[in-house]
Design a protein around this ligand. Structure first.
Ligand code: AMP
Length: 299
């Protein structure tokens, strides 16, 4: 089954202590869509300007991503620039040029309205609402977010949490939302806000799921060096949703396996700038790392 992904489609300029790469293909939806495409069909909803390089459209197509929900408008593509500190964990935003994103209203083609699996990747919560308003009874909806929306659109976000099945956020965002330092206590509070499934990401320390069946601890794949972690969170959730949409059997077990697959795709994402490494990966390499993670966590 296909997964519908809405989010940002961007040009990312990324600076690390060792290198600088301008105007890479980026955005939450781009990372998530490529990650999901390893497991099945993907429909992308987003917006780009007429400056968006053709080679990036070709890259989406190489991954067989359905672009009928991608708007191309006169103007500039959303441009984000960020810089990492030496530890590669701390990042600061250098620039956010909204361009065509400023006037973005996601319109779903009729073919998209019945998608059973929906990923509301990081984007303004009002736009995430707008997508849900157009859907007819999706089976499983997951939302992602970022600190910016907790700061400037908290009310919209809280309303959204009542409409989704799953919510994915990182540990610092969970702290910001709940004022809890303890991840498990934070999850309990987030359940009370609506979502049945809560996933907290902890960067290179993996992620935790809290669901009606209890907790699941998902490891990160051990990497010895990280080139660029931009989009790792989006790759994780995209891979997870792509896997889930195409798996048979009970949802909870598939969600757990989906997290492992997402974690592996995120590891590839960290090994190259932007989407450079991820777009060169074959499914067999993903399956190999999944096996390694299984070995690493069996006892
Ligand atoms: P992550 O590393 O998972 O936090 O995601 C990084 C991606 O988020 C980059 O590819 C950016 O283009 C995208 N991004 C940065 N700021 C925003 C924003 N305000 N809204 C949507 N996407 C953004």
């Amino acid at each position: 089954m296909s997964v519908l992904i809405v989010g940002s489609t961007a040009l990312d300029s990324i600076k690390t202590p060792n290198a600088e790469n301008p105007r890479l293909l980026g955005g939450s939806a781009s990372h998530a869509a490529v990650a999901a495409s390893f497991f099945g069909p993907v429909k992308l909803v987003g917006i780009v300007g007429n400056d968006f390089p053709k080679k990036y459209l070709q890259l989406y197509r190489k991954h067989r991503i359905d672009l009928s929900g991608l708007q191309v408008q006169e103007g500039k593509t959303f441009h984000w620039a960020g810089e990492y500190e030496v530890n590669m964990n701390n990042r600061r935003t250098l620039l956010t040029e909204l361009g065509v994103f400023e006037k973005f209203t996601p319109h779903l083609p009729d073919t998209h309205k019945k998608s059973p699996f929906v990923l509301l990747a990081n984007i303004a919560p009002s736009l995430q609402h707008h997508v849900l308003d157009q859907m007819s009874r999706p089976k499983f909806v997951v939302a992602d977010t970022m600190d910016l929306w907790l700061n400037i659109a908290l009310e919209d976000l809280l309303r959204l949490l009542k409409r989704v099945d799953g919510f994915v956020l990182n540990d610092s965002e969970a702290h910001q939302l709940t004022k809890e330092d303890n991840v498990f206590a934070a999850m309990r509070k987030i359940h009370k806000l609506g979502p049945k499934y809560v996933i907290i990401k902890k960067g290179s320390h993996g992620s935790v799921l809290s669901s009606p069946q209890g907790f699941f601890i998902c490891p990160a794949y051990p990497l010895h060096s990280v080139k660029d972690p931009t989009g790792a969170g989006d790759s994780f959730v995209g891979g997870m949703m792509g896997y889930l949409a195409n798996a048979r059997g009970p949802l909870e077990a598939n969600l757990r396996r989906g997290m492992i697959h997402g974690s592996v795709v995120a590891s590839f994402c960290c090994e190259g700038f932007g989407l450079k490494r991820t777009t060169g990966v074959k499914r067999a390499a993903i399956d190999q790392r999944v096996k390694e993670l299984e070995q690493l966590t069996r006892f």
